[in-house]
Design a binder for this molecule. Structure first.
Ligand code: M6R
Length: 366
């Protein structure tokens, strides 16, 4: 039932404050109770690991790229992230002390399932699935499970599955830190306080919809777009580009902004809109100088910047102010405007938003 919405994707974008609140409910109510959250033996498993390997596809893979920053930053555990279909066909060095984390909305993605099987064949016994569909194939094949509580996702473009995966992965980083004795009670309380604000900052980002819609009018006329971010916001740029190409069929690419002058800058001219994810984090000054490189070549900038980034609009520089920088959790709130941009651009172009051509919701073939 679509209710007031025109498409499932739009409905699912707007369901995110609730979906995220439901997913973190257990953590907010009881703190980081590792075994309750991840499964009976989770504390023992997490205590002994010395590395993490994330395996996933598409948007779920981008969630894994964000998780690398969190697990390494919060728990101090080396984390590698790999596409399932790449991992399963290469020779890799198995490490029995590595936790293998699969991320999948559907729990049925063949590439991810086969990667999990391969990891197990190689001797990986510590497996954890982050999944949205209960009792699907991937969680059934995993030792530990954390279910996102996004509710059913119908639109082919993943939206609420992604943001609920992100909060789950942040919880995982906290749980590993706790099992390893690296999370003091004081720090835990402060982290939970941060998590509590996430549904509100998602709502704030949703309120930007009319401004994003105005940008979409212009994007709908374009055939190419570039998305830039740095550090933990680079995966958000990747997600923005994937959403746009998937449902509006505009060719979109994402780069870490520092990579511009190593090649992609050659693409920039006045016909190439460049979307920049630029919250006030430690890399903001670097991002600003990358933006100057774009302006100097006549590129038009569309900047998502929070209140503290101190951007002003000028010729060729359009700015939408996102929620105030919310620390390490900022990628979650900054995903909302790029989802909205893709949605409204596709709407203007009249494409089939919920069922884009050539794609299936769940990819169960190779
Ligand atoms: O169900 P999964 O999370 O395993 O699906 C993985 C990808 O197929 C999926 O995220 C795909 O990239 C989406 N259509 C992106 O919006």
């Amino acid at each position: 039932d679509l209710g007031v919405y025109q498409h499932y994707m739009q409905k699912e974008i707007h369901e995110q404050p609730r979906a995220v609140a439901d997913t973190i409910e257990g953590v907010i109510d009881n703190g980081v109770d590792v075994d309750t959250l991840f499964g009976d033996s989770a504390t023992g498993v997490f205590r002994d690991i010395d590395a993490v390997l994330v395996l996933a596809s598409g948007t779920s893979y981008y969630a894994g790229l964000v998780a690398k920053y969190w697990i390494e930053g919060v728990a101090g555990i080396r984390t590698d992230v790999e596409l399932g279909h790449e991992y399963r066909y290469r020779d890799s060095i198995a490490n029995p002390r590595q936790l293998v984390v699969t991320i999948s909305q559907s729990g049925e993605t063949l590439d991810t399932m086969e990667a999990l099987k391969r990891a197990k064949e190689l001797g990986h016994g510590n497996t954890l699935s982050i999944c949205n569909v209960r009792e699907s194939a991937i969680p059934r094949a995993s030792r530990l499970v954390f279910y996102t509580r996004a509710g059913m996702e119908i639109g082919v473009a993943s939206t609420k599955a992604f943001t609920t995966q992100l909060v789950s992965l942040y919880t995982l980083a906290l749980a590993i830190a706790k099992a390893k004795g690296k999370l003091t009670a004081e720090r835990e309380a402060a982290e939970l306080e941060q998590l509590r604000f996430v549904p509100g900052s998602i709502q704030h980002a949703l309120n930007l919809e009319p401004q994003v819609q105005a940008w979409a009018e212009r994007f709908a006329q374009k055939e190419h777009a570039l998305f830039l971010g740095r550090g933990i916001h680079y995966p958000v740029a990747l997600e923005g580009a994937l959403k746009l190409k998937e449902i509006s069929y505009i060719h979109a690419e994402a780069y870490p902004a520092g990579e511009l002058k190593h090649g992609p800058l050659a693409l920039v001219d006045s016909n190439m809109p460049v979307v920049v994810i630029a919250p006030n984090d430690a890399l903001l000054e670097k991002v600003k100088s990358n933006m100057q490189e774009v302006r100097a070549r006549g590129g038009e900038l569309y900047v998502f910047a929070d209140l503290d980034s101190h951007f002003t609009e000028s010729e060729g520089v359009h700015v939408i102010r996102t929620p105030r920088y919310s620390g390490v959790l900022s990628p979650i709130a900054h995903t909302i405007p790029v989802q909205l941009l893709a949605y409204h651009t596709a709407l203007k172009r009249g494409t089939d938003v919920d069922k884009p051509r050539n794609l299936a919701k769940s990819v169960t073939v190779e």
